[in-house]
Design a protein around this ligand. Structure first.
Ligand code: DGL
Length: 280
């Protein structure tokens, strides 16, 4: 184990396999505009959703180390698949060796914590990637806080490619969205709250709402993740003190910066400068 040392102040790292984490970043920036951020999208290896535990873990660990190397002391895995498959191992096995004072947070727990305040029927649905649904992380985390809630999952392997390939507004997208929503509601017709358990899905929100029956609320995560991060920083002033506050964000991608910058305008509604990075 490495010696404890003083952390040098740096930006907050935000990681996703691709563009999806930008939906989380923009909510975090809106709530806490004073902080500096460093966003990393592993676009060249996205999507992660159908990849094995070992691969998602390895890729995520590389990304966390890269963000630490850029000076981040706190990294948010703004990706459900990475949170489901890599977060716990990184927190428990890797952080003590990499740097015991740095922190990595995920998106599943903050979402699980609030769902009990939203559902009335106590029947909750979760849509996500194959990896997120197969990991069983959502039912596990939700039932820790709310043992009375019945959680039903539906893997939607086509939804991320629709977003990454910017086909999410096409008619083709309707078919897959309706199909998965019909599936989950036939598994449990009492669902009144549907967690969008993938950071890409807010871009599909309009269509999801259109295909959901009246009494079912679709729940994007971004706002909850942002408030949970703010709360974390209030509760951990030592970490807050080493998060720089200059209101600047730097963007990195493992794919083409031009492509990323163009696609990112859909998520962020502004032009951004992007740099290339290689993860290994
Ligand atoms: N955005 C990620 C998530 O929240 C994963 C998308 C992917 O790479 O499959 O699960």
């Amino acid at each position: 184990m490495k010696q404890k040392r003083m952390l040098k102040p740096g930006p907050i790292g935000v990681f996703d396999s691709g563009y999806g984490g930008l939906t989380i970043l923009s909510e975090i920036q809106a709530l806490m505009p004073e902080y500096d951020y460093c966003y990393l999208g592993d676009n060249s290896r996205a999507p992660y959703g159908s990849r094995s535990f070992e691969v998602v873990y390895e890729f995520t660990k590389q990304a966390v180390e890269a963000l630490f190397d850029m000076g981040c002391n706190l990294v948010v895995l703004a990706c459900n698949t990475a949170s489901a498959k890599a977060l716990r191992t990184i927190q428990q096995n890797d952080l003590p060796d990499i740097d015991p004072d740095k922190r990595v947070l995920g998106v599943i727990r903050p979402t699980a914590e609030i769902v009990g305040q939203v559902t009335k029927s106590r029947h909750v649905g979760i849509v996500g990637t194959v990896g997120t649904i197969q990991s069983g992380s959502y039912p596990l985390e939700i039932n820790k806080f709310f043992p009375d809630i019945k959680v039903t999952g539906e893997a939607c392997p086509m939804w991320v490619p629709l977003v990454e390939n910017r086909e999410y507004e096409s008619e083709g997208a309707d078919y897959f969205i309706k199909k998965n929503l019909d599936n989950i509601l036939s598994k449990d017709p009492q669902i009144d709250t549907l967690i969008l358990g993938c950071t890409h899905y807010p871009l599909l929100l309009d269509k999801i709402k259109r295909f959901l029956p009246g009494g079912v609320t679709a729940l994007p995560q971004g706002g909850y993740i942002a408030r949970s991060l703010q709360d974390y920083l209030h509760r951990h002033p030592d970490m807050d003190n080493v998060c720089t506050k200059g209101g600047a964000t730097r963007y990195f991608t493992t794919e083409s910066p031009e492509k990323f910058s163009e696609a990112a305008t859909i998520f962020l509604h502004k032009e951004i400068e992007v740099k290339h990075i290689t993860l290994e």
